[in-house]
Ligand binder design. Sequence first.
Ligand code: HEC
Length: 127
Amino acid sequence: MLLRYQVSDHCYMKVLNKLCKYLKLVCITAFLLPYTVVADDFTEMPVDAGRLEVFVECSRCHSMQIVNQQGLTRSAWEKLMVWMVEEQSMIAMDDDKEKLVVDYLSKHYSPEARKEEFQARGRLRYP
Ligand code: HEC
């Protein structure tokens, strides 16, 4: 009786150990996944002045992918900044930072800069 009890106890521990291993894996993955997504968002951005400012300001509320899929002219980015502040409750940037951000966006996320990628993706129409 005692022996049987010890054996089943041992099995129980084995199963529990296995379960813990899986659980650890699931927890680690769930914890790290958002970081890898955010890291991708940043590393995909072209290296230039204003990159970090754009990333910090714009990925507060949404992924950079929402920016990445745009190809807008300077005046369209300027209007979007106003819309983001007035309609989406973005905190307004000071003039210097806004210039840096708009410079970066209109250089790297302009219709011309995005043209090749949009064509490669088969997007027939781009702004
Ligand atoms: C305070 C939160 C907030 C911040 C900060 C913010 N956005 Fe947004 N943005 C939103 C919301 C909310 C939407 C979605 C609006 C909708 O689809 O109705 C959005 C949508 C967008 C879109 C998609 C517009 C479209 O036509 O679908 C673009 C592009 C964009 N944001 C760019 C930016 C840029 C660039 C920055 C940084 C300068 C920025 N956002 C910062 C809240 C924010």
